[in-house]
Design a protein around this ligand. Structure first.
Ligand code: GLC
Length: 473
């Protein structure tokens, strides 16, 4: 099967979140199944600076959007044996930040049109086009328009939703860029890219079963629950996998000491002692880690309500690695100033320190408000750091909470977005850590044993693509 994977970001070229990781790991796994896969994403400034030397120019086209004519230049490079195609426009993508500009609607309308142009330039008309999130959600609509004149564009599509909160919603005037009008992109009197994808893709999926069901409700639906309900028979849940070649404490060169399921006790001890001493934290405390994007979604507010007390009582050390919304960055800066001997905060996405935090920590905090899948809790488990999560979305599907009667579990979980429940669960985890180390170690062993394989994920996509192509949905 020939697959074109379209994404606003792909690791290692561009990354702001988990989408970039899936855009790297899924095509890689599909290739192993024998499919022909190409990935297309924007040629951001950073891609040019860091990877410009390995790019080959493959063509140019003019994209017409209403009164605007803008040149698209296509580059390609092979990475991990997969052809990566990039769409360049000096006007739109030669910027440091990928999203959040006043002209995002124009930039990404251009990108969606340019994807269709690239297919022509590269003479690659795949069996299926896999689009992701709002950034590529206009593709099915543009394909429909174009296929009326050119049957090569009569191609089925799958939309994967990794983030329902960000929808690409813009003033209605933007529709003049589309060259044709209709109602499928209109939502709450705005143009809404994601709504357009939901209405027009051949099928839709999100990245866990639980989240698939949650988004049909008002709370998790972010106003699109109605649109999703209209398409619920073409809406699926496929859990993300984790690339175990990339995340493997046995072969990881960036952590202080490598280890696996058989020797994690000594391995994790060395990692913890090294990190604690490097960052001058208090010795002999349980180490908690938070790694990720600082967004409301991630439940940092629950930590803000409760972590102070644990730090004042000197019951924990905390390591935080990440960046994001200002409010949270300021909070972590202040927390570090207030508790210099028990909090280590590193601003930014420092890959080495993140891996060291996974390897060194005892507990990994992920009390998300909502979570389509979540990759970090999977990484944490692989490195033997027990996730403490709110049971929602992918967290519910991947973290079986400790059962004190059977001893089964891979972490700790609570139900409601409630600080007291978070505190109680943290107390439960700390109690087990101190008073039943044998059970705690058994949980670590069980957590490390879990494999969220990317092969399994790719087989499920493979099956879904086939159904879509055969019109069997
Ligand atoms: C987004 C979601 C996260 C998911 C990732 C990849 O970042 O927030 O839950 O794991 O996409 O699908």
């Amino acid at each position: 099967m020939r697959i074109l994977f379209c994404s606003g970001e792909v690791y290692p070229f561009s990354k702001t979140g988990g989408l970039a990781d899936v855009a790297a790991s899924l095509p890689k796994a599909l290739l192993k199944l024998g499919h022909e896969v190409k990935i297309i994403s924007p040629y951001y400034q950073n891609v040019h600076h860091r990877f410009g030397e390995i790019m080959t120019k493959v063509g140019e086209s003019t994209v017409s959007m209403g009164d605007i004519n803008e040149q698209a230049t296509f580059y390609k490079t092979d990475y991990d044996s997969i052809e990566h195609i990039f769409v360049d426009s000096k006007n739109y993508f030669d910027r440091r930040r990928f999203y959040g500009h006043v002209d995002d609607a124009e930039r990404f309308t251009f990108f969606n049109f340019a994807i269709l142009e690239a297919m022509d330039k590269l003479d690659f008309f795949p069996d299926i086009i896999h689009i992701n999130d709002w950034q590529t959600s206009l593709v099915p609509y543009f394909l429909d328009e174009k296929s009326r004149l050119d049957s090569r564009y009569n191609i089925k599509t799958l939309l994967s939703i990794h983030n329902l909160e960000k929808q690409g919603a813009y003033p209605i005037e933007i529709e003049k860029l589309f060259n044709a009008k209709n109602y499928t992109y209109i939502h709450l009197n705005q143009v809404n890219f994601l709504k357009c994808g939901i209405m027009r893709a051949s099928a839709i999926n999100t990245v866990s079963e639980t989240y698939r069901n949650e988004i049909l409700t008002r709370f998790y639906g972010f106003t699109l629950d109605g649109a999703l309900k209209a398409r619920q028979y073409q809406l699926f849940g496929i859990l993300n996998g984790l690339d175990s070649d990339v995340y493997n404490p046995r072969t990881d060169k960036l952590i202080y000491q490598s280890y696996d399921e058989t020797n994690f006790e000594i391995g994790k001890k060395i990692n913890k002692e090294s990190l604690v001493s490097e960052y001058s934290l208090m010795p002999d405390k349980p180490l908690l880690a938070f790694v990720g994007r600082f967004a409301r979604q991630k439940g940092i507010n629950l930590m803000m309500d409760s972590i102070d007390q644990f730090l004042i009582e000197e019951r924990i050390n905390l390591i935080v690695v990440g960046e994001g919304e200002q409010e949270y960055e300021t909070y972590f800066e202040e927390l570090q100033e207030k508790f210099p001997n028990s909090v280590c905060y590193q601003h930014g996405f420092d890959q080495q320190l993140s891996l060291r935090a996974y390897a060194a920590s005892d507990l990994f905090l992920m009390p998300s408000l909502f979570e389509p899948c979540g990759l970090n809790q999977m990484i944490a488990m692989r490195y033997g750091s027990l996730p403490l999560v709110r049971s929602t979305g992918g967290l519910k599907d991947t973290v079986t909470p400790y059962n004190k009667f059977t001893g089964i579990g891979v972490g700790f979980a609570f139900e409601n977005f409630d600080s007291q429940e978070f505190i109680d669960t943290l107390n439960e985890a700390l109690d087990l850590y101190h008073n039943n180390p044998t059970a705690f170690k058994e949980l670590i062993r069980q957590a490390m044993h879990i494999k969220h394989s990317i092969t399994k994920m790719s087989l499920q996509y493979d099956e879904l693509y086939k159904k879509i192509i055969e019109d069997a949905i």
